[in-house]
Design a protein around this ligand. Structure first.
Ligand code: GLA
Length: 391
């Protein structure tokens, strides 16, 4: 457990006249081992929920409002459940938009929500590529379902949380982050098919550790760049659909077909789609390598993914390239790559467990010596998805 439940209980008592919260909901952040920028093309991903989490102490209210204290921001928000509507967000997204958006999506799905008091704590670094917004949405969904007597179905709720982010917050992300935050399995990564939403758990071998390397560079997903990558791929999709009517998304396009429209779509769109198509094969390959214990192959796939994201999809940064290079030069490392959307944020390294401790101290010192001093390097544990904690 990353955030101490006693702290969020304490926050709740302080914010709400000494009352004890009836429940605590939690939802984890995630790393993605491989399959980057494939989820919104209906493709494959291999993420895992990690021991960085959002905790919400919550209890019902008699009125139709959510009263929320967010410790990370030292801010309080009142959200009126009767007036929630998609307003077209102007300016920067605020933390309470994720909360309001989740309540809105539950309402849109026909659920009757009870008002609630909530105290929110998180140790998922914000904007670090570890799904801080998705796990906030999933923790809110978990808390609101418990308070309002709505049966919990993690997949249904992940879809609603994604809808909140797409339609209410205005970020056109895929389903990966919300889904793994909802259905994570301790000790496992999940091979997810983002079209059928089928899941194959992949046990993480005990002699391997996943190390998170946060570059300290923050990004905001609602930058135009994430949308620009999607747009470039849409150009390719339309061109392929003119040739083959059964193509629904880039997942259905193969490299020969892409090659045949190279001139028509232009070099940038061609390179973006080349990444997506090649990357889409890697989650199953990495899952197989982990299952048979071929760490060298696992590392090669991870390195190839980073190179593709850097050179073809162009979502890496100098700091992500630096920290992955430092990792690859450090004893015990099989491979390293950026994780999440990119444009800043975190990378991950696959490291032999024996060497994990020395790897962490070596890479953090080497990065600090050459890069920003704000990064954080830590080995993570793989945990289960959103739940209610007993108190
Ligand atoms: C963000 C989005 C995900 C996914 C990744 C890139 O984390 O929320 O849906 O697109 O970027 O793989």
């Amino acid at each position: 457990m990353s955030v101490d439940p006693a702290e969020v209980v304490n926050d709740f008592r302080q914010a709400f006249n000494g009352q004890s919260p009836p429940l605590i909901a939690r939802a984890p952040g995630r790393i993605n081992l491989i399959g980057e920028h494939t989820d919104y093309h209906d493709g494959f991903v291999l993420p895992a929920a990690i021991d960085r989490e959002v905790l919400i102490a919550a209890g019902p209210r008699d009125d139709q409002t959510l009263q929320v204290l967010a410790t990370a921001y030292n801010e309080h928000a009142t959200i009126d459940l009767r007036t929630l509507r998609v307003a077209g967000i102007a300016g920067k997204t605020r933390w309470n938009d994720y909360i309001a958006g989740t309540a809105w999506a539950l309402g849109e799905a026909g659920h009757k929500l009870v008002g609630a008091n909530m105290a929110v704590r998180s140790d998922v670094p914000i904007g670090a590529g570890l799904a801080s917004s998705a796990c906030l949405e999933m923790a809110v969904a978990r808390a609101l379902c418990a308070i309002s007597g709505i049966p919990w179905d993690a997949v249904v709720m992940a879809k609603l949380a994604r809808k909140a982010e797409n339609a209410f917050v205005g970020v056109h992300c895929g389903i990966m982050d919300q889904l793994v935050s909802g259905i994570g399995i301790a000790g496992h990564a999940l091979l997810l098919d983002c079209r059928s939403l089928t899941v194959e758990p992949v046990a993480m071998p005990a002699d391997l550790s996943i190390v998170v390397m946060d570059t300290g560079i923050r990004r905001s997903l609602d930058t135009t760049e994430y949308a620009a990558r999607r747009d470039a791929c849409t150009v390719v999709l339309s061109a392929t659909q003119e040739r083959q009517a059964d193509i629904r998304t880039l997942r259905d396009v193969d490299l020969p077909l892409l090659e045949s429209i190279r001139q028509e779509v232009g070099i940038t769109a061609f390179r973006r789609a080349t990444h997506v198509i090649a990357e889409n094969a890697r989650p199953a390959q990495l899952a197989a390598a982990l299952t048979v214990g071929d760490w060298q192959l696992a590392g090669k796939l991870i390195n190839a993914s980073h190179a593709s994201l850097r050179d073809l999809y162009e979502v890496s940064t100098p700091e992500l390239d630096l920290i992955t290079d430092l990792a690859k030069d450090t004893a015990g490392c099989y491979g390293a790559r950026m994780t999440g959307a990119g444009f800043g944020g975190s990378a991950i390294a696959l490291v032999t467990s024996e060497a994990a401790k020395s790897f962490v101290s070596h890479v953090s010192a080497a990065y600090r010596a050459k890069g920003p001093s704000t990064g954080e390097v830590f080995a993570c544990q793989l945990v289960s998805g959103a739940s209610i904690l007993s108190i």
